[in-house]
Design a protein. Structure first.
Length: 131
């Protein structure tokens, strides 16, 4: 099953000596495991994008319905935060938004980097097979 994978973590943490000792088949199989792990991380990223969009869309709706209660000289950010602070559902949505945004920030470049590491292992495996 694709998910958190200790084999993938071990493959991602190989040092240069360990990499040089791998056979072609080991490189290819570990490359596949790394790609599967990258796929899992991409799914995590996508799920958090969905959560973020859900929270933002609903917060906009709540704010739009209540913003007319404020005078026109109050900054929009202050109006928005005051509306969120007074509404329990909006507070929960804001919590979801913050959590999802933090996960997205953490995962944003990680998937690309891990895929590159998987590609490197595949290339190493091909070179070892033909040498």
């Amino acid at each position: 099953p694709i998910g958190f994978n200790h084999e993938a973590i071990a493959a991602l943490n190989l040092d240069t000596k360990q990499l040089s000792q791998l056979t072609s088949e080991e490189c290819l199989s570990r490359g596949y495991i790394i790609f599967a792990y990258a796929s899992y991380l991409q799914e995590e990223y996508n799920q958090n994008i969905i959560k973020l969009n859900f929270a933002l869309d609903n917060l906009k709706y709540i704010v739009a319905n209540e913003i007319s209660q404020f005078d026109k000289y109050t900054k929009h950010e202050i109006k928005q935060q005051q509306i969120i602070n007074r509404n329990q559902f909006a507070l929960k949505l804001e919590s979801i938004r913050q959590y999802a945004q933090a996960r997205i920030d953490r995962l944003s470049n990680k998937v690309k980097d891990i895929r590159k590491m998987g590609e490197s292992l595949l290339e190493l495996g091909k070179r070892k097979a033909f040498s």
